[in-house]
Design a binder for this molecule. Structure first.
Ligand code: NDP
Length: 454
């Protein structure tokens, strides 16, 4: 097959997986004139749209009303007799997911991308067999199958849910244990806590959100404890046993035993590579089971590429989208092949309050640059003051002392992610502290702290 002419293939591109990366790559390749098909065994849209970022953010909004309604009292609003109905929120969120799923399918169809709603596996270097038994050929193949939650194995671990199931619950648990200390654990701890659950977060190590700046992590921990979230560090699970009258009996390594309504695991995500027939095409995997790719997202097989979480480079939707775009432009477009720049990627944790960051943490900058300057603003947002909410925000700017260049910005504050997107442009562009100082503040805002740091 390898030396077959392009005209002899059924498709120029066959994409396996219609998530963020796969959809972007497929539609851009088609816009460049390629004949494209995509196979998706679940729903078009992938983790981000169907069971990740998008419905999660809607739950974060929904949850935050709990605080807003409390805070509203000091602004003169009477908020007595207000009730929260989980089923209303759940169903509205799921309906919106359906709407987005439809839009993603429409985008593909409008670009004449053929969609196979079934599983696909490689049976040769250019051959793909669909679950229906149909076999097709493609000149290029893109693997964009994403990742799935990883749950460590121990007695009763099958009773735990993951973020996949969290969007479909019939009721909000009165008591929940969440395992993990990363993005998903902290985001869902916040969500369930705002909805009134008693939340205990159990982490195997002694640090939350390891990749973020220490001062912000500490601030989130303090605020979360004040909000009522319990934390157990250096703790793992011994077992989970279902109780006769519902709920679960959980035993932890500190010998604590709890009866809870729900256990949720948020302990990282592993690449979806099983059953794809990658061996049949000779595609190499890395140590963690990820598909190994070069800077152009090409695997060790010349015509097979992979983008997004399945490559375990940076597990973020906008990164997968960029990788898909770069692949499609480079292979099918009229441009010089180009690689995605994986440096200086801004990110956010949608905790309560959220954290957002770009660039190096103070610790990373000290280790890599030596001589640095750190500017900090630790303040109580105006809205929190009037609301009587004793919750302080923290902004940090880390600069290279040699040239004043900003190498990192870190924030924990209401709307931190919204502010960070603009600040990240400046950091990516290599601006200096003096450039920020030269910019007039917008008063009164939280964001003005960025140009007033001393
Ligand atoms: P994270 O990598 O953020 O965190 C995983 C957590 O689980 C860490 O605390 C880790 O501990 C712990 N852990 C890992 N393995 C085990 C184990 N075997 N037993 C016990 N604990 C374990 O993963 P998440 O699942 O929270 O999220 C997956 C990815 O999805 C994120 O890395 C992120 O890229 C993406 N995501 C992004 C979001 C956003 O942009 N806002 C939101 C949600 C997800 P330790 O620190 O010791 O390794």
């Amino acid at each position: 097959m390898a030396d077959q002419d392009s005209e002899n293939y059924d498709y120029d591109l066959f994409t396996i997986g219609a998530g963020s990366g796969g959809v972007r790559a497929s539609r851009v390749a088609a816009a460049h004139g390629a004949k494209v098909a995509v196979a998706e065994e679940h729903r078009v849209g992938g983790t981000c749209v169907i069971r990740g970022c998008v419905p999660k953010k809607m739950l974060v909004y929904g949850a935050h009303f709990a605080e807003d309604l409390k805070d509203a009292r000091n602004f003169g609003w009477s908020t007595d007799d207000i009730e929260f109905d989980w089923i209303t929120l759940r169903d509205n969120v799921l309906n919106d997911v359906d709407r987005l799923n439809g839009l993603y399918e429409e985008t593909l169809e409008n670009h004449n991308v053929e969609i196979f709603h079934e599983r696909a596996e490689l049976v040769g270097p250019h051959e793909i067999r669909l679950a229906s038994g149909k076999t097709v050929t493609a000149r290029y193949i893109l693997i964009a199958t994403g990742a799935r939650p990883h749950v460590p194995e121990f007695e009763g671990s099958e009773h735990a849910i993951t973020s996949n199931e969290a969007f479909h619950l019939d009721e909000i648990p009165k008591k929940i244990i969440i395992a993990g200390g990363g993005y998903i654990a902290n985001e869902f701890a916040g969500i369930f806590n705002e909805f009134g659950s008693k939340v205990c977060l159990v982490n195997r190590g002694d640090q939350l959100l390891r990749s973020y700046d220490e001062a912000l992590r500490d601030r989130l921990l303090q605020i979360s404890i004040i909000k009522g979230i319990e934390f157990k560090f250096n703790t793992v699970f011994k077992y989970i046993k279902p109780c006769d009258d519902g709920g679960f009996h959980v035993k932890l390594s500190d010998n604590d035993e709890e009866i809870v309504d729900l256990v949720m695991f948020a302990t990282g995500r592993v690449p979806n590579v099983e059953g794809l027939g990658l061996g049949n095409a000779g595609v190499e995997l890395g140590e963690k089971g990820e598909i190994k790719v070069d800077e152009f997202s090409k695997t060790n097989v010349d015509h097979i590429y992979a983008v997004g979480d399945v490559t375990d480079r940076v597990q973020l939707t906008p990164v997968a989208i960029r990788e898909g775009q770069a692949f499609a432009d480079s292979v099918f477009g009229d441009v010089e092949p180009y690689a995605v720049d994986h440096s200086c990627i801004p990110s956010a944790v949608f905790s309560h309050p959220p954290i957002a960051a770009v660039g190096l943490t103070e610790g990373q900058a000290r280790n890599s640059l030596g001589n640095i300057k750190v500017y900090q603003s630790d303040f109580r947002p105006m809205k929190n003051v009037l609301a009587g909410r004793n919750e302080r925000s923290l902004f940090k700017m880390v600069c290279d002392a040699a040239n004043d260049r900003i190498v990192g910005i870190h924030m924990i504050a209401p709307e931190a992610a919204e502010m960070m997107q603009a600040a990240a442009v400046a950091v990516k562009a290599g601006l200096t502290k003096a450039d920020f100082d030269a910019t007039t503040a917008i008063h009164p805002t939280m964001a003005e702290e960025l140009v007033l740091l001393r």
